[in-house]
Write a new protein. Structure first.
Length: 307
C-alpha cells in the first residue's frame, strides 16, 4: 500500500539557521484540490499505520509544474525530520511523529513521487478539542471498512521547505507554532511503539524555501480559496513563535503578500461603495439638467403682439 516501513533520505536536521538560510524559490506554489477518499484500507506496523487513498480521474495536487494524485496517508510514531529549537514545536511534550501524504505523478506516467510531511505531537490534553486531522487516525481497522476522509483536513496553510532526491520531491511543513502540527490524542495511538531510525541524512541534498503557502484550488479549480491552518483545533489568536529562536526573515515576504492582498481587496470594496454612491448622484444631476432643458424649451414665449 505504501512505504510505511521505509527509511527516508533527508538533507539533515532543521533549525532556525536551516529555515533562514534556505534559498527562496519563486513559482513553488503547492496547489491542492483533494477529493474525499472512500473504501479506505488500513495497514499497521508496530510503529506506524497507513491509510489508502482512493484514486481520482482528476489531479488533486500540483507542484513545480507536475500534477499528482494521493495514494496513501501514513502516520509514523516517531520523527522523520528533526526540528531543533523551531518555534513552539521545540518545547512541545509527547511523542513527536509525522504524517506523510504520498502522491504519484499523473502526467509523467507515475514515475515521480511527491511526499508531504506534517509534524505531529501525541497528547493527553485536548484543550482546543480534537481536530479533523486527528480523527482521521481514530479506530481504523484492517481491511476496507473504514470511514472516508480527505487530506484537506490534514494539510495546514503554513510555510514549508522542500527538497528533491532523484524523482522524489518532499515538502516539509515548518512547525513554527502549534497550528502547524497535528495533535493526536494518546488514546488514538495505543499500541504503537516509538519509531527510530526513520531517516538517513544525505549532505548532497539541500532544503529550499517556498515563496508561497500551500493553496487550495487556485490553479486546479480556478478559484481563490485557501486552506485555513486549523488542523490542531487551536484558536485563531495563536501567534507566530518569533520569540522562540526562529527569525522572521524568510516569513516577512509571506506576511507582506497577505497584507498587500488584504489592502487590495479593501480598496476594491471602498471603490465599489463610492461608485455605488456617485453613479446615482450623477444620474440625478443629469436628469435634473435634462428636465430643466426640456421645460425651458417648452415654456411659452412672453412676447406681446403689436396693437
Amino acid at each position: 500500500m505504501t512505504d510505511y516501513n521505509a527509511t527516508y533520505t533527508i538533507p539533515g536536521a532543521i533549525d532556525s539557521a536551516t529555515v533562514n538560510g534556505a534559498p527562496i524559490t519563486n513559482g513553488s506554489k503547492f496547489e491542492t484540490s483533494y477529493h474525499v477518499s472512500s473504501n479506505v484500507g488500513a495497514t499497521y506496523s508496530p510503529t506506524s499505520m497507513s491509510l489508502s487513498y482512493s484514486s481520482s480521474t482528476s489531479p488533486a495536487t500540483s507542484f513545480m509544474g507536475t500534477k499528482y494524485n494521493p495514494v496513501s496517508v501514513a502516520y509514523f510514531h516517531g520523527p522523520i525530520h528533526t526540528f531543533n529549537n523551531v518555534g513552539g514545536y521545540a518545547g512541545a511534550t509527547g511523542t513527536k511523529g509525522e504524517i506523510v501524504i504520498k502522491h504519484v505523478s499523473v502526467d509523467t506516467g507515475g514515475n515521480k513521487t511527491l511526499l508531504v510531511h506534517i509534524p505531529t505531537i501525541s497528547t493527553d490534553s485536548n484543550l482546543h478539542g480534537i481536530s479533523k486531522a486527528a480523527e482521521i487516525f481514530q479506530g481504523r481497522g484492517d481491511g476496507e471498512a473504514n470511514p472516508p476522509f480527505t487530506a484537506n483536513d490534514i494539510l495546514p496553510r503554513k510555510p514549508f521547505l522542500y527538497y528533491v532526491n532523484g524523482s522524489t520531491t518532499s515538502i516539509v511543513i515548518i512547525p513554527t507554532d502549534n497550528t502547524c502540527y497535528v495533535e493526536i490524542p494518546d488514546e488514538y495511538l495505543k499500541g504503537f511503539a516509538s519509531a527510530t531510525n526513520l531517516s538517513t541524512p544525505n549532505s548532497t541534498l539541500a532544503y529550499k524555501y517556498s515563496s508561497e503557502l500551500p493553496a487550495y484550488g487556485t490553479h486546479l479549480l480556478k478559484d481563490d480559496i485557501y486552506i485555513d491552518c486549523s488542523p490542531t483545533g487551536a484558536s485563531d489568536t495563536t501567534e507566530w513563535a518569533a520569540a522562540q529562536d526562529i527569525t522572521q526573515a524568510g516569513l516577512d515576504g509571506l506576511d507582506a503578500e497577505a497584507a498587500e492582498d488584504a489592502t487590495r481587496k479593501t480598496m476594491m470594496y471602498v471603490f465599489f461603495i463610492i461608485l455605488s454612491i456617485l453613479v446615482p448622484l450623477v444620474l440625478v444631476v443629469c436628469f435634473w439638467y435634462f428636465f430643466k432643458f426640456i421645460t425651458g424649451y417648452l415654456k411659452p414665449s412672453d412676447t406681446t403682439s403689436p396693437g
